[in-house]
Design a protein around this ligand. Sequence first.
Ligand code: TYD
Length: 206
Amino acid sequence: MTGYFIAFEGGEGAGKSTQEGLLAAHLAESGHAIVRTREPGGTPASEAIRSVVLNPEFTGLDSRAEALLFAAARSEHVARVIRPALERGDIVICDRYIDSSVSYQGVGRELGIHTIRDLSIWATQDCVPDLTIVLDVDPALGLSRVANPDRMEAEPIEFHRHVRQGFLTLAALDPARYLVVDARQTIDEIAAEIRIRVDTELGARS
Ligand code: TYD
């Protein structure tokens, strides 16, 4: 595959969407074809799964069912959107991906890092990001920015603390494929850090 796959990860209220928009605009200005998408979602069927898995009506949904739903949504998303875009040579910017499953279901729900990662690797036939950008924020601050909590956001703060550690652990295991950014900085400072790293990575490929 000739495209480039960037995933944005992090806890609630870290400001991912703002940064995804700024990066997409920067890359489009440099002439790249960009596909911006999100998880869970990105296709009609995956958006339908999203409306189940984030629905506060289903509080207490079985953890394994939750993990399988996220993986099912991801499988469909990769098959229909992400893989075709990468085969065309586009840059894919995805809001959340496998690391969200590993951190929320593997660590937060205690289903196990390896089990959950293996499930997503199977579901996506090994489609992993070239670069994962983790916007790191203390959950107390992040959650204070959330107006109408969905089913995951409504979990206790301890759950979100574990999730944060999940992201940081994954990043520490493979620094060459990660950028961890302190999301307490200003929007412009965060955007600059991201731009510099992405431009460097793309420059090294051309
Ligand atoms: P979303 O509204 O997209 O949250 P955010 O704007 O913070 O990205 O909701 C996605 C929620 O689903 C979020 O709480 C994280 C959670 N999630 C998982 O638990 N596992 C996953 O695999 C994915 C993709 C998301």
